[in-house]
Write a protein that binds this ligand. Structure first.
Ligand code: NAD
Ligand code: UFG
Length: 336
């Protein structure tokens, strides 16, 4: 297939491009590099021995994006591009609404105009907000607790309205849980700017000596050890999930929504101890107060994706830690 990947230079996008290229698909990436570098795209080509096409374009710039649709014919689009930092979205909500929603609107308008009506959209478990119970099913109420999550939900609504108006669209909304890990080559991985917001990159930066200690945000949650529980999913499992979603679009399913998670929850302290074991490095930590907006427990019921996509996460917490550690050791300063 000819696939347009927006945000393909980013963390999940780069792993997905690699996986799709290994399966023989032709990839065209559009990314403005606002939160990434071109290096992973070069490395993907080294790993696969195949070429991809790259346009450095901002999705909100319609006149530039038109050129991409003029140049190539696409069978499907995978839409990763967006800003994703929860805390930042509270401080600069307009930047999030503008980038994520306007960028998506421009993309959908051009897809419509050029008759490209197959899309996989990166949504997030954050749309569920604080769940009434776990595991979380796709049918649970949605109520995101921050502007970032609300941009994701708005885009889901736009896609639903689009499908209601034109049944020729095929749309797979994927709600990711907590992606971690890296490609086993150690050549591509997660490369956060400045100090990492997320747990796994922070742990690995402590282990490699870039950060002194981890701050554990609260040990008074109603969980087995008091620290937050999440559904960590290996980024390669997540990447493969996109190929399964593309296959599904081939069956013309209309609009479908799937959780992509493992169905298992691990606490912050369990992640620390798994990482210490795999890396052989100590990860000193200090318990501090809760982070605003965090919830106690969040993990998926991934059975719908298993039933309808035939996809299931295969990699466990050890592979997640091993691959993160390999990437961190090989690239202590990220992509330079
Ligand atoms: P990322 O920041 O690494 O990748 C996003 C990419 O989009 C970046 O390369 C960035 O430069 C690009 N981009 C942003 N705005 C753009 C624009 N206007 N035009 C062109 N390119 C633009 O993030 P990621 O972790 O790879 O996440 C990918 C997608 O998955 C995002 O939509 C994110 O919201 C979603 N998601 C991520 C997580 C997570 O924890 N990483 C969880 C759930 C959902
Ligand atoms: N945590 C710490 N210390 C840190 C970072 C995180 O204790 O330095 C804790 C958090 O309190 C939470 C857990 O580790 O209990 C996971 O936190 P992350 O920041 O790694 O992930 P979140 O679950 O908060 O959110 C992530 C993404 C969201 C996405 C969501 C999907 O940041 O964008 O997963 O479930 F929507």
């Amino acid at each position: 297939m000819n696939i347009l990947v927006t945000g393909g230079a980013g963390y999940i996008g780069s792993h997905t491009c690699l996986s799709l290229m290994e399966e023989g698909h032709d990839i065209c990436v559009v990314d403005n590099l606002s939160n990434s570098k071109e290096t992973p795209l070069k490395r993907i080509q080294e790993i696969t021995g195949r070429r991809l096409q790259f346009y450095r374009i901002d999705l909100t710039q319609k006149a530039s994006l038109v050129q991409v649709f003029e140049d190539r014919r696409f069978d499907a689009v995978i839409h990763f591009a967006g800003l994703k930092a929860v805390g930042e979205s509270v401080l600069v909500p307009l930047a999030y609404y503008s980038n994520n929603i306007v960028g998506s609107l421009v993309l959908f308008e051009l897809m419509d105009a050029y008759g490209v009506k197959n899309i996989v959209f990166s949504s997030s478990a954050t749309v569920y907000g604080e769940p009434e119970k776990v595991p979380i099913k796709e049918s649970f109420p949605v109520c995101p607790a921050n502007p970032y999550g609300r941009t994701k939900l708005h885009i889901e609504h736009i896609l639903r309205d689009l499908f209601a108006a034109d049944r020729k669209w095929n749309i797979a909304i994927l709600r990711y849980f907590n992606p971690v890990g890296a490609h086993p080559s150690g050549m591509i991985g997660e490369d956060p700017n400045d100090i990492p917001n997320n747990l796994m990159p922070f742990i690995s930066q402590v282990a490699v000596g870039k950060q002194q200690e981890l701050f554990v945000y609260g040990n008074d949650y109603p969980t087995h050890d008091g620290t937050g529980v999440r559904d960590y999913i290996h980024v390669m499992d997540l990447a493969h999930g996109h190929a399964y979603a593309l296959n599904k679009l081939g069956e013309a399913p209309g609009l479908v929504t799937y959780n992509l998670g493992t169905g298992k929850g691990f606490s912050v302290l369990e992640m620390v101890s798994a990482f210490e074991k795999v890396s052989g490095k100590p990860v000193p930590y200090k318990i501090v107060s809760r982070r605003e907006g965090d919830i106690a427990t969040c993990y998926a019921d991934p059975s719908l994706a298993e039933k309808e996509l035939d996809w299931k996460a295969k990699l466990g917490i050890n592979e997640m830690c091993e691959d993160t550690w390999r990437w961190q050791k090989k690239n202590p300063d990220g992509y330079i």
